[in-house]
Design a protein around this ligand. Sequence first.
Ligand code: SAH
Length: 220
Amino acid sequence: MQPINEKDKLAAQRRDMVLNQLQIRGIKDPELLKVMGSLHREDFIPAEFRDQSYADNPVPIGAGQTISQPYIVALMTQELKVNKYCDVLEIGTGSGYQTAILASLARHVYTIERIQRHSISAQQVLNALNISNISFHIGDGTCGWPTDKQFDRIIITAAAPDLPKPLADQLKIGGLAILPVGPELVQELVAMEKTPDGFKTRTICGCRFVKMIGKFGYTE
Ligand code: SAH
């Protein structure tokens, strides 16, 4: 049957994204697939790019930043192994789409964004969706969360030279960090597990993110 209106069209594109971008490439976590199959990605996309809401690539969100490709969001989330007992620190709120997914799987998400207008716009979308287990901070995420809190998981959604020291310190022993490591144009997505003897690092795949700009990141 042909989709009859925009809502049906977007719903069809969302189902197609889950099947042909996520499941086909090995995303298996049923809870994650359910969340991504129900969350309206179009709510996080600027109006002029609404028709690209379920495109298999990053989409501009303004100020030179992008909302990550759906598959990368899914892969990073799956690799982060989030559960209802996890406090998650996210660097790079951006559109808030990844934040919303994490919030539905975790106990609480603490998210930092350096560009004020992105953080405010994400806060508006997430409030409208009644997602309340999120704390927002506007500032340089490379310096960590501005209290001495420790986290079970850390996710960085911008290219980092390495895991910034303040973030490494705020990760609990036994905790996991997922981040793209490398220079501006091409990075490796890595999983870093914090053990009592230091970090164990595993490379997941190649990837391409915008730069993480800050004291312990890159310069503008
Ligand atoms: N997860 C987001 C990705 C946004 S792109 C999404 O899918 O929408 C990366 C974001 O990281 C950008 O919004 C950028 O402004 C932000 N960023 C870059 N350096 C940062 C830093 N040091 N602290 C916080 N946010 C940062």
